[in-house]
Write a protein that binds this ligand. Structure first.
Ligand code: NAD
Length: 345
């Protein structure tokens, strides 16, 4: 049966792909985004134009609202107009290095904005809220793979601290108000319509311009690169299914993986980390051009490796990431080169 979905961050990379998937299966989607200038807002406008084109072509039920999550009255107006079967909240101030110079935007979007989402979901008695957390909550964890049962209370960037706060705030709301919530810890997502601030995209820009690319930690970082279609498949599976209650809840030391409230946290990654050096080689092959590489030491706030233990989401939600780095980078480049040509021409 088709659902009415409220989706935040719809002009963003993962939000855009999530909207496409929901609309293609016949859901009605109210998308919400402030279209901030953290990276080129034209790319966000182009994603929204693509959704408008889809709507014109297929007659799918899509509405866009341009507003800020920190503006509670704007959210209240949307929720006063119609009930929603699901809320998927992907809007956030993303990025790690940006938080060193712009901490207030993380507080506004990720804390004030997220608190507003919880409030409207509570008052509207939304049947299920799914939201984006991040692998960054694992901090400088050295034990791989990262499991939902690992300790995550030592974030090493403000961004990670806000994402961990979201998990705790959501847990409290779920427990207090019986709000079913699922949090998903995304691991380095890449693909077409991707984010220019992320390494693979900026590497592509620099390789094409013949400029050097800096590989921090001498290219030895490994990342659990996850193709966007795999992530979106997991987001939609999670949103469709409300997490079961688990009687093992300990109210003093709540473990988000075993909560009595209808609350779950899942890793959602590829479960197959790749060294940055190799990732760049695949990118070079897809672009048909060699990179000029500068090997550099670790940077402040960086983590060495990320590696998702995805057993829980595989077993409970049937999540099955299937895209190889070669196929995923190939799909990114197939989008990237014509997009750049259109921009230039
Ligand atoms: P994105 O930056 O492309 O999308 C986020 C969108 O949220 C943007 O369009 C932005 O304009 C919007 N937004 C930000 N603050 C807002 C506010 N206050 N009100 C309304 N809209 C606001 O990022 P993405 O890669 O699509 O990430 C989606 C979610 O997944 C984010 O929560 C991000 O933190 C999380 N995440 C992403 C990755 C990744 O690798 N892409 C990894 C871990 C977690």
């Amino acid at each position: 049966m088709s659902q009415h979905v409220f989706l935040t961050g719809v002009a963003g990379f993962i939000g855009f792909h999530t909207a496409c998937k929901l609309l293609a299966r016949g859901d009605s989607v109210v998308g919400f985004d402030v279209v901030n200038a953290y990276y080129d807002p034209q790319l966000k406008r182009d994603r929204l134009a693509e959704l408008a084109r889809l709507k014109a072509e297929t007659g799918c039920d899509f509405t866009f609202i341009e507003a800020d999550l920190a503006d509670r009255a704007a959210l209240d107006r949307v929720f006063a107009e119609r009930p929603f079967d699901r809320v998927i909240s992907l809007a956030a101030q993303a990025g790690v290095r940006y938080s060193l110079q712009n901490p207030e935007s993380y507080v506004q979007s990720n804390l004030v904005g997220f608190a507003n989402i919880l409030e409207v979901c509570r008052h509207a008695k939304v049947p299920h809220l799914t939201f984006a957390s991040s692998s960054s909550v694992y901090g400088a964890n050295r034990k791989v793979p990262f499991s939902e049962h690992d300790g995550v209370d030592h974030p090493i960037q403000l961004y990670a601290a806000t994402k961990r706060s979201n998990e705790l705030m959501a847990h409290a709301y779920s427990h207090l108000f019986d709000l079913p919530v699922t949090g998903l810890r995304f691991f380095t997502v890449y693909g077409p319509w991707g984010r220019p601030d992320m390494a693979y995209y900026s590497f592509a820009e620099k390789i094409m311009a013949g400029e050097p690319i800096a590989l921090f930690n001498y290219g030895r970082h490994s990342r659990d690169f996850t193709y966007v279609d795999d992530i979106v498949e997991g987001v939609v599976r999670a949103s469709d299914r409300i997490a079961p209650r688990n009687a093992a809840f300990d109210p003093v030391h709540p473990d988000p993986a075993t909560s009595a409230a209808p609350f779950r946290i899942f890793n959602i990654g590829n479960g197959n980390p790749v060294e940055l050096k190799r990732y760049v080689e695949v990118l070079e092959a897809a672009l048909g051009k060699k990179a000029v590489i500068e090997l550099q030491p670790m940077q402040i706030g960086d983590v060495e490796d990320t590696f998702a233990d995805v057993d829980a989401i595989k077993t409970e939600l049937g999540y099955a990431p299937s895209t190889s780095v070669e196929a995923g980078i190939g799909a990114f480049v197939d989008w990237y080169l014509p997009y750049k040509r259109r921009q230039a021409g």
